[in-house]
Design a protein around this ligand. Structure first.
Ligand SMILES: *Cc1c(COP(=O)(O)O)cnc(C)c1O
Length: 377
């Protein structure tokens, strides 16, 4: 007997599987009674947010403004982001995390009869919003495992798929991509954008942009002037350490920003999140410290794991995809037993891989020690 509730649920939703987030620390504690577990599963900043963020939140709570609705237009934060990026605030759209931006894009540009184009092994939220909107997914096969960017985005194949599927209205590119960590050069991205017709939106997900080598970062301001169908989006969840507060934003033409704004919840950022993000932008030294720690530890962890005979995909992000050459699920279980939460990526068609977020030196050492024990047994 199927439930009568299913009769009226949207078609796309019926066959949809909910996004499975990294396991929260408390859950491992509840399930296995492990008190000192560490979480290297969701690409959070191991240093946490800037002290300026904590001070701003404490001041606001003490000031007693929580009874009032937040500024639904996000005036101050948009102005700060505009100044930081050197672009006009009317090009900025705020999201409740950048996941919210992805959803707004889907609501505006996807529906029955239209399609979203993205890579195999790309971020899971793209197929979810596509299906929820009743649109078709055009999944571009990833690059080969022995490519310089193994399992990465194949931009010539994107261009060919776009030509072959005239119903595509929205293209997602993640740079670097999650969960592979692979990346594209600005030249590769721009060569693709130039081939995209003006009525097709290119959404460039830059969640890990801060961790990239400067020469690899996308020149947002120049591109925005040139391509009105381009939307770039950023998050405060990763390098800024605000994942718990949910703030992201997009940069686009004012016309595209206006479209997103029409379907945005009027108060999609709460007051604490708005002022925390503003304070975070004001402390670039904290971001620089976070990136420096990440990139140093990413290099060290990569070398150590490769030394143990494991496959580590090249990464410009704050995580690495590690291949075991066999089903990784038992290794994930064994890590959990030892109080280390990492991210299985079988749902990304990578069942022999696990994704490790880069932690502090001590956290990474603990991960390596646990792995050595597991692989030796
Ligand atoms: C983490 C991540 C985001 C950001 O998510 P938020 O909703 O901003 O926390 C966006 N895109 C990718 C590819 C990510 O990995």
């Amino acid at each position: 007997m199927t439930s009568p509730l299913l009769k009226n649920a949207a078609t796309g939703v019926l066959s949809l599987e909910a996004y499975a987030p990294g396991m929260p620390l408390e859950e491992l504690q509840r399930r296995l009674g492990i008190a000192d577990a560490i979480k290297l599963a969701s690409n959070e900043n191991p240093l946490g947010p800037s002290p300026a963020v904590k001070a701003a939140i404490a001041d606001s709570v003490a000031g007693g403004n929580l009874a009032l609705y937040p500024d639904g237009g996000g005036f101050r934060l948009k102005k700060a982001i505009g100044a930081f990026r050197g672009i006009a605030p009317e090009r900025v759209t705020l999201g409740n995390g950048s996941n919210d931006i992805i959803e707004l894009l889907g609501r505006v540009f996807l529906g029955p009869g239209r399609a979203a184009l993205f890579s195999q092994h790309a971020f899971a939220v793209y197929p979810i919003i596509t299906q929820a909107q009743g649109a078709r997914a055009v999944v571009v096969p990833a690059r080969a495992a022995d490519d310089a960017q193994p399992l990465g985005h194949d931009m010539p194949a994107f261009a060919a798929a776009l030509k072959a599927n005239p119903d595509v209205s929205l293209v997602f590119i993640a740079n670097p991509n999650n969960p592979t960590g692979t990346w594209l050069s600005p030249a590769e991205i721009e060569a693709f954008i130039r081939q995209v017709p003006a009525h097709v939106v290119v959404a460039l997900d830059l969640a890990y942009d801060e961790y990239m080598e400067p020469a690899l970062r996308s020149p947002s301001r120049e591109w925005l002037e040139q391509y009105p169908n381009l939307v770039l989006f950023h998050t405060f969840s990763k390098a800024y350490g605000l994942a718990g507060l949910r703030v992201g934003y997009s940069l686009s033409s004012p016309e595209l920003a206006d479209l997103l704004n029409r379907v945005r919840q009027p108060f999609n950022n709460n007051s604490l999140a708005l002022l925390a993000a503003e304070a975070a932008l004001g402390d670039p030294a904290h971001v620089a410290r976070s990136v420096e720690l990440n990139n140093r530890e990413r290099g060290r962890l990569t070398a150590t794991l490769r030394g143990m005979g494991l496959t580590v995909l090249p990464s410009q992000a704050n995580f690495i995809a590690v291949g075991f050459g066999r089903d990784a699920a038992p290794i994930n279980q064994a890590l959990m037993q030892r109080g280390v939460i990492v991210r299985p990526v079988a749902s990304y068609q990578m069942p022999q891989f696990l994704r490790f977020s880069i932690g502090t030196e001590a956290e990474n050492d603990r991960l390596v020690a646990a792995l050595k024990e597991i692989l030796a047994s």
